[in-house]
Design a protein around this ligand. Sequence first.
Ligand SMILES: NCc1[nH]cc(CCC(=O)O)c1CC(=O)O
Length: 309
Amino acid sequence: MSDMPILRLGTRRSPLAMAQAEEARARLCAAHGWDVGSVELVPVIASGDKIQDRPLADIGGKALWTRELDMWLAEGRIDASVHSMKDVETIRPDEISFGAILPRADKADVLLGAASIAAIAKGAKVGTSAPRRAAQLLHARPDVEVVGIRGNVATRMAKLAAGEVDATFLAGAGLSRLGEDGVGVRLDPEAWFPAPAQAAIGIECRTSDERTAEVLSAIDHAPSRQEVMAERALLEGLGGTCHSPIAVLTVRSGDIIEMRAQIFSPDGAHRVEGEAHFAPDDTAAAIALAHDLLARAPDAVAINFGQSL
Ligand SMILES: NCc1[nH]cc(CCC(=O)O)c1CC(=O)O
């Protein structure tokens, strides 16, 4: 059929990013009846991938995952870009829009190296650079030692295997996209809330590019989009950054979104919880929940939030 790509899809180069881009390509080709060559995957090196030895929050935060892809999109070198929605900043440029949110995968985190949070050995070293996971863990287990660990999924599993850490966490969605189902122990999301937008893949395009927006709309999954946009509204209302420990579980109950959120002090000593039920596109309700949490937060929690208030 076509020998020229219809769509150039930018992606980061990590194995997880490439697996997500393949999923996006497969869905686009299935929806439009295209052959696989119609979507060209264009791997772009992100600054976040060049710097592996320092915590993300110290080197510039989530923009490190999007900056290069945003530039390629603005320059017209790609038509669209694929992202883990968990890694996309809350405030995006007006020139870029989400053309599609793919059906969300399992939101659960997976624990590796212990059978449960309670079963982690006393004083064990647990590797995570995610402020949310560190705070949740220390809230439940103030006796363990949290150590920073970065790198892609394979690197982190290798650090665990080498005994650098006794246990670590990975997103279940990431593991299954890499064909690593069955590794570790799934943590029930009801007891261990995920990160905002965890397990969701988003595809962005230029806001001015109506053709690509139309192409992407065929694979947009409205329920996933509504959940993810509600969780991003919560983040916006909290003024959260990648320093901010925020956990949220959103479930659909018929036509209602049920959102339960927790914010922590980084050491896990303080936790503030709240919940709200609202209609799917009522992002103002998620922002109101954020403000309610902040109003009840002790200083040790609130100090990590509030940039946008
Ligand atoms: N911060 C890195 C990142 N971004 C998205 C995922 C996993 C896939 C997802 O949540 O969509 C991961 C790895 C992890 O947290 O284990």
